[in-house]
Structure formats: structure tokens, C-alpha cells
Ligand binder design. Structure first.
Ligand code: FES
Ligand code: FES
Length: 155
């Protein structure tokens, strides 16, 4: 079937089977490889994107389900060369992770720091990252970075 998606502000139309996972369409069809198919079980968060501004695991999302919805991938968070506040804070705090887990974390933290739904505190950051798994490093610097962005937003 022909599917029409709005991805990073652009309307894209292509042929795909309705149950094709969104992550495969993004990567293979649209060449947006930031979202990674790691576990394919909705567990790790490596494939996270925003659908209508809500963090969503693209590995368990059939493409037909998001037709006509607004999809933002990690590639769409920046315009030009400048990093977003989240990206800049992660770099400042030496909180850089590997290329598998990090894009999904950036998506989750962008949602947290732009939605304005909670006061800055470590518990809120940890809760926002509950669906983003890294088994090889700690989360403390990531939490520090996100907290710095949230606190700056409340100044
Ligand atoms: S690949 Fe989608 S949650 Fe792990
Ligand atoms: S999985 Fe990416 S740094 Fe651990």
C-alpha cells in the first residue's frame, strides 16, 4: 500500500506493507539511520523516535499505524550545525555514549526537556530514561546533563 508520513517536517510517500516496522521504513526507505533496531522487542529504546511529540519505539510500531502522524527522528532535532541544548549539555558533561543507545537517549531527553511537564529533578530524568537501556556505562553524567538543561529552562 502507499503510505504517507510526515518525517522531520517533510511529507514522504512510498510503498510499504502496512505491518512493516517504522524503524525499517525510516532506515531502509528514507535512509534515516539514527534509530537503531537493536532488541526489536520494545525493550532497549535504541529505535526511539517522537510520534506527535511522544517518545515511541519504532521497532514495534507498524508503519500503517502512524500514517499522517508527525514523526521526528534524532536527525530532525537539529537544524544546521548547531547542537540542541540537550546535545550540547551531554557533550559538556562528557556524557557521550555509543551510537547504538545514544540516539534514543537524545530523543527521550529532548522530549523531557522541551515538554515542560515536570520540575527539574533527578528522579524525573531517570524516569524519562527508563526505556533507554545501556548496560556498559553509568547514567549519572547523562542525568547531570539533562538536569542542567531543565534547570536552565526554569531560570
Ligand atoms: S530496538 Fe526498539 S526498543 Fe529495542
Ligand atoms: S549501549 Fe551504548 S554506551 Fe552502553
Amino acid at each position: 500500500m502507499t503510505i504517507r508520513l510526515t518525517v522531520n517536517g517533510e511529507t514522504r510517500e512510498f510503498a510499504a506493507a502496512p505491518m512493516t516496522p517504522l524503524v525499517d521504513v525510516l532506515r531502509d526507505g528514507l535512509h534515516l539511520t539514527g534509530a537503531k533496531p537493536v532488541c526489536r522487542e520494545g525493550f532497549c529504546g535504541a529505535c526511539m523516535v517522537l510520534v506527535d511529540a511522544v517518545p515511541t519505539v519504532a521497532c514495534l510500531t507498524p508503519v500503517a499505524l502512524v500514517e499522517g502522524r508527525d514523526i521526528e527522528t534524532v536527525e530532525g532535532l537539529t537544524s544546521g550545525e548547531s547542537p540542541t541544548p540537550v546535545q550540547a549539555a551531554l557533550e559538556e558533561h562528557d556524557a557521550v555514549q555509543c551510537g547504538m543507545c545514544f540516539p534514543g537517549m537524545v530523543v527521550a531527553l529532548t522530549h523531557l526537556t522541551t515538554s515542560g511537564t515536570c520540575e527539574p529533578n533527578r528522579a524525573a530524568v531517570k524516569e524519562a530514561l527508563v526505556g533507554n537501556v545501556c548496560r556498559c556505562t553509568g547514567y549519572e553524567r547523562i542525568v547531570d546533563a539533562a538536569l542542567a538543561v531543565m534547570e536552565a529552562g526554569h531560570e
